[in-house]
Ligand binder design. Structure first.
Ligand code: PEP
Ligand code: MG
Length: 559
């Protein structure tokens, strides 16, 4: 291969160089297999294969990190989902061969997940992982995935299944490069948590033969294939500068002139909470509780929820924990909360809208959170996803206060909420900007559509203008505004958000130190100037350039 550069999206900062090792691809279904004549016997074989897959995943639990365990368990649970077996049986009943039946049944499931968008759509990768492993078991070949790495390598793949990233030998994986995947995918989140430099959307990496040397920069999202000695030394210089810029980044988040900005972790499980709490950060700004509800036949009980919430609150001690109530779509695979199919699920009965229909789910969750609060006395703050009107905010606030929880807030993910933030904030205690969804609704661009990257650029001035509107609402009512979308973990954009008036930033724990170092380099007046330029800019590119012109030179080492 001759030297060339692949541009992707950096999702986990850091630099690495080494030989590429491709993840073993999945074989796909067997086009020549015999049709099913004995559906009962075929079903037994599929069930056995699924069980072997589940057992195989569980066998890796012992070696897995705390972050990884829930992923492996969730994927194993998917393999044991009786709904999946029923769906496969349906296909076998029509005479489809074994591997084709597994393939088609899983694709039906995936189509349903994908139509939901957001987190649910990202679970499609897990489901296809179960499919591929099951087909391999049925074909009697080795399961797809990461080969046993003998020497440190850069993993390349179309998209890495979370179960693969979950058990990566950290000392053998120098970096991760995928041609698909997005900045909010589970793989990206895990790579950031493991501290492995990663670039997604690097088109062309799959054509790079095994053993080719690549040099990657997970901050700027660049992969140099067959790098020159000059490329390599440039990269190590960057790595040296980055650790120098990060050195001494500790303690509370604050600008150069001491304006405080709480730096918080996004978490999804009790294991995440323990891992994040062990780090130098100020609490959690987003606990995505839906992790507890996924891949289950029935909703978790009051006791089970209370136990998990108590564990999460205990992990953070006196530090704040912002809990988001269940954020699931309407047409979804949660059998206990299925409201039937919808044409546009992202615009349908999701988030709080679902909670208002299935009050039993919301009430049980709030009761469990209140019990966990009474047991710990923690600094808990509870917020609702997808709030759009004052009535919705009032409805939620009344419920949260009725169970004795001390602080209630709303997520600002719908443009209406950003425009009317002063009115919404007059009935709650705080708001948190979910920039991932706010972006997709502002630009009318599905956040899962990699092709719409330009519209999904968080530097779009329209998004920043809505952040400003939300912060103006915060100032008018004296209520704090946080950010818990991916934008908050970008060391450059964080400056703009702070300049606009945001007082807390929540992100993957691994991103905290770079954001903290970035804040320390700039005073509040500079952040405000950056914010004014960014909002006034004509385009996302102009906004970024205008801000970059004002940065402290060392900031560039953190990107
Ligand atoms: C968001 O939308 O920005 C957010 C934080 O929520 P999620 O990514 O879970 O939808
Ligand atoms: Mg959201």
């Amino acid at each position: 291969m001759t030297r060339h550069v692949i541009h992707g999206i950096g999702v986990s900062a850091g630099t690495a160089s080494g030989p590429v090792v491709h993840v073993r691809p999945a074989p796909g279904f067997d086009p020549n297999e015999a049709p099913t004549t004995d559906a009962t016997a075929a079903s037994r074989r599929v069930t056995d294969a699924l069980e072997q897959v589940a057992t195989g995943l569980e066998a890796r639990l012992a070696k897995a990190s705390d972050h990884a365990k829930p992923v492996l368990q969730a994927t194993a649970m998917m393999a044991r989902d009786p709904g999946l077996v029923t769906a496969i049986d349906g296909k076998l009943g029509t005479g489809l061969g074994l591997t084709r039946a597994v393939h088609d049944a899983v694709e039906d499931y995936c189509a349903m997940f994908e139509s939901l968008g957001g987190y649910m759509a990202e679970r499609v990768t897990d489901l296809r992982d179960v499919r591929d492993r099951t087909i391999c078991r049925l074909l009697g070949v080795a399961e797809p995935g990461v080969p046993d790495l003998r020497s440190p390598s850069v993993l390349a793949a179309h998209d890495l299944a979370p179960a693969e990233t979950a058990t990566l030998a950290r000392d053998k994986v120098l970096g991760i490069v995928t041609s698909a995947g997005g900045p909010t995918s589970h793989t990206a989140i895990l790579a950031a948590q493991l501290g492995i430099p990663a670039v997604v959307q690097a088109k062309g990496i799959t054509d790079t033969p095994d053993g080719t040397i690549v040099a990657l920069d997970g901050g700027v999202g660049e992969v140099v294939v067959d790098p020159s000695p000059a490329d390599i030394s440039q990269l190590s210089e960057r790595a040296r500068r980055r650790s120098a810029a990060l050195a001494g980044s500790s303690g509370e988040g604050a600008t150069y002139d001491g304006h405080k900005v709480a730096l918080l972790a996004n978490i999804g499980t009790a294991a995440d909470a323990r891992a994040a709490a062990a780090q130098d950060l100020e609490g959690s700004g987003l606990f995505r509780t839906e992790f507890l509800f996924l891949d289950r036949e029935s909703a978790p009980t009051l006791d089970e929820q209370t136990a998990t919430y108590t564990e999460v609150l205990r992990a953070f001690g006196t530090r704040r924990v912002v809990v988001r109530t269940l954020d699931a779509g309407a047409d979804k695979p949660l059998p206990f909360a299925d409201l039937g199919p919808e044409e546009n699920p992202a615009l349908g009965r999701r988030g709080l809208r679902l909670g208002m229909i299935r009050e039993d789910l919301l009430d049980t969750q709030l009761k469990a959170l209140a019990a966990a609060y009474r047991a710990t006395g923690a600094d808990i703050r509870v917020m609702a996803p997808m709030v759009g009107t004052v009535e919705e905010a009032e409805y939620f606030a009344a419920k949260v206060r009725a169970v004795g929880l001390p602080k209630v807030g709303v997520m600002v993910e719908v443009p209406a909420a950003a425009l009317r933030a002063d009115h919404l904030l007059s009935v709650v205690d705080f708001a948190s900007l979910g920039t991932n969804d706010l972006q997709q609704y502002t630009m009318a661009a599905d956040r899962m559509q990699g092709e719409l990257a330009t519209l999904l650029d968080p530097w779009q001035p329209a998004l920043l203008q809505l952040v400003r509107s939300t912060c103006e609402g915060g100032r008018a009512t004296g209520k704090p505004i946080g950010v818990c979308g991916e934008a908050g973990g970008d060391p450059l954009l964080a400056l703009v958000l702070v300049g606009l008036g945001v007082s807390s930033l929540s992100m993957a724990p691994g991103k905290v130190s770079a954001v903290r170092a970035s804040l320390r380099l700039h005073d509040l007046a500079t952040c405000q100037q950056m914010a004014a330029y960014a909002v006034a800019a004509r385009t996302a590119k102009d906004a970024r350039n205008a801000v970059q012109a004002l940065v402290h030179p060392q900031l560039l080492d953190l990107l």
